[in-house]
Design a protein around this ligand. Structure first.
Ligand code: MG
Length: 297
């Protein structure tokens, strides 16, 4: 199943698609969730009727607008699947070997033994097709395609082999980073938390459709030029290991979003770096999930 948040006439609504690809408003399938966070919090109660409704196709089918194209009056605009994450997004840093290698002149993580975790504030996620602001104090804007993981129930002291039971699904994230701000303040928080710096989407694909999140092609293009191309198999700390470790002494609430790190190919690793500039189109893709494209400026 694919879960969307869509917008029409000012209303933000949850929508879902089943195996036939037809998209229905969740409300028309009898799901009374106010928003996607509400849906996730009550997933145990909503999942079965949602799946049944999709199977029967008895709801209100809608048409989604192409995020990068023109929108007909009847179309629904695709928003980030979780427009307002319930908490800061938890991020894994330097979680692919080729990314460690390419950034060694800036930050040397070649001897790291343990996972690097940091947090990214997201007042509001950026939408597919949305503009990523280029603030005047940012002189080195970068992209990072990442697999996003969303939890469907509170996780505390979960063992790696149980993690599967806690994952709602996956999405595409661009961990947009203002490198000069990130480096200036030593901690990465501010440079990664500026408004508009978490594009997410186009949907959440539920975990049953992705039995192995550690085997997905992942790539990023800038103006059509391939910059990042890898596979989630190359993650150093796996999704299961990360959630087991994070939840050892911290409850990860239902709706938590985890960004699992980016492979090599970011602008910071280029010689010389080719930073994002106004008008650039950044396209992030993950196999079985979809495409997330945004414009700078
Ligand atoms: Mg990142």
């Amino acid at each position: 199943m694919k879960l969307y948040t869509v917008k029409k006439n000012g209303a933000e609504l949850v929508a879902a698609a089943g195996g036939d690809g037809k998209v229905y408003l969740a409300g028309s399938l009898g799901i009374e969730a106010g928003d996607v966070n509400d849906l996730i919090r009550h997933w145990d109660a909503y999942e079965a009727p949602l799946r049944q409704g999709l199977k029967e196709g008895r709801g209100e089918e809608i048409r989604l607008a192409d995020p990068m194209g023109t929108k007909d009056a009847e179309d629904y605009r695709i928003l980030a699947p979780i427009p307002v994450p319930c908490q800061d997004v938890i991020c894994l840093g330097v979680n692919y070997h080729d990314h460690i290698k390419e950034t060694v002149n800036v930050l040397d993580f070649t001897k790291k033994k343990d996972a690097v975790y940091f947090s990214k504030r997201v007042n509001r996620s950026n939408d597919p097709g949305g503009r990523i602001p280029l603030y005047d104090f940012v002189d080195s804007l970068d992209y990072e395609v990442e697999l996003g993981v969303i939890l469907k129930k509170d996780a505390f002291q979960v063992k790696a082999e149980q993690v599967k039971d806690y994952i709602l699904g996956y999405t595409v994230i661009n961990d947009v980073s203002a490198r000069n701000v990130q480096m200036k303040h030593q901690q990465w928080y501010l440079g990664k938390s500026l408004d508009g710096y978490l594009p997410m989407g186009p949907c959440i694909v539920t975990a049953d459709e992705i039995p192995d999140a550690g085997k997905l092609e992942i790539s990023c293009y800038v103006n059509g030029e391939k910059r990042q191309s890898s596979n989630t198999a190359y993650m150093i700390t796996t999704v299961e290991e990360a959630i087991a470790e994070l939840s050892q002494g911290m409850t990860l609430k239902a709706g938590t979003v985890i960004a699992t790190g980016t492979p090599g190919g970011v602008a910071m690793g280029m010689q010389p770096p080719v930073w994002l500039k106004k008008g650039d189109r950044v396209r992030c893709e993950i196999e079985k999930i979809g495409v997330l494209e945004n414009i700078i400026g």
